[in-house]
Write a protein that binds this ligand. Sequence first.
Ligand code: P1T
Length: 379
Amino acid sequence: MKFGTKAIHAGVEPDPTTGAIMTPIYQTSTYVQESPGKHKGYEYSRTHNPTRTALQNALAALENGKHGICYASGLAATDAVLKLFRPGDEIIATNDIYGGSYRIMKRIFEPFGLVFHFVNMTDINEVKSAISDKTKLIWMETPTNPLLRLIDIEQITAICREKGIQSVVDNTFASPYLQNPLDLGADIVMHSVTKYLGGHSDTVMGALMTNNDELAKQLAFIQNASGAVPGPQDCFLVLRGIKTLHIRMQRHCENAFKVAHWLETHPKVGKVYYPGLASHPGHDLARRQMRDFGGMLSFELKGDIYEDAVKTMERLNVFSLGESLGGVESLCTHPASMTHASIPKEEREKVGLKDTLIRLSVGIEDVEDLIEDLAQAIG
Ligand code: P1T
């Protein structure tokens, strides 16, 4: 089945009691049992809920995975993965990474004894030299947040297989429409469902997909035992959101491609970070690894003056200033004070994340209006 058909149909069956074509919101905490232990497969909604089951099956199908497991947020999904490991285990993660992922690793799991190494994953030698006999996991995010760097998933998962290391790809920026990490050898694909999958800036949720039965069992155990589950109303909203994922992503990509090219030729704009630009160092890899270049981009103004960046962000009208991404409406984010504030400034600067960086989540409005808005804001 092709992607658009899967986005609309996969995992979803007409409701068995009424035939309702849309999966109902099963707003219930418990299920009546005929006799102790004799039930219809549902006992308690932390463990299972039919609306959540439909969504989990749909998400698994979109990532070409056997199993989907949903959590209360993207970070709750990350938390579940990290709980698979024990004190002394070493994890290698990309050094250009969502600030909250860095924070949960450094401030929650490092004090419990996990050891993290943050490396530049665009350089395979940096990855190789960080591997020790204690390395248990490699955590990729590609394209990275916020510098849109490209990591070669196949190359890294091949090393993981050879060394018996597990691999995760945070696929939030690409969405399953653009890239399927399980097909490229990853053990787990992670999503902040809050973003493109939900698509309408109305839900916070996370998900993990895998083809590995044993990992799926452990992750579902953590889902139930730790309890960070999404509610049925949110599952319904995401079920509705993913029905248009392919159409939305087409427009996100088209608009971002045009905005990136327009920015690149603007006399006041310095660097533009977008994998669809021939000038992007990961452009060839993006062409191989992704089906299109996505809706996210970042840029700096020439001169790197903090006040100029702030004024530009304040002047935007069609783009709203705020955290998050992947919704139908265009958003502008200041990573240094918002999404990446939890990474110390020295660490941010080592990676190349400047306080003057402006990140755009290009929405699906008419692109002429988006460019006009940027033109008046940059001046
Ligand atoms: O916000 P939450 O659903 O918990 O997802 C966390 C997360 C994980 N991975 C990536 C790549 C992300 O971008 C995020 C959340 N990011 C933002 C809120 C942001 O504006 O970048």
